[in-house]
Design a protein around this ligand. Structure first.
Ligand SMILES: [Zn+2]
Length: 89
């Protein structure tokens, strides 16, 4: 039998045969998630993830990166309308 390569998630967990791992690819245009594929997983630009938790962590990290260039210090303050009570005679 061939020696299978070891895959490690960003969180440090090592892949075992029973795990349902996910693949992710981060490009300049965005992020893509894919079901596990041995051939794809061997690619250098593929991120191996141990599960949904790490996938969503990677996604929110990417979303944070996308926001960064457009960040402005002045956030619009929500205008709060005050309700007026009608005096009933
Ligand atoms: Zn993980």
């Amino acid at each position: 039998m061939a020696v299978s390569p070891t895959f490690t998630c960003v969180c440090g967990v090592q892949k075992k045969t029973s795990n349902h791992w996910i693949l992710a690819k981060v490009t300049s245009r965005g992020i893509t998630f894919m079901p596990w594929d041995w051939d794809l997983a061997l690619s250098n630009d593929i991120i191996t993830l141990c599960g949904e938790g790490c996938a969503s962590a990677l996604l929110s990290r990417s979303l944070g990166d996308w926001k960064r260039p457009a960040v402005s210090t002045t956030e619009p303050t929500p205008i709060r309308g005050e309700e007026r009570e009608l005096a009933v005679a």
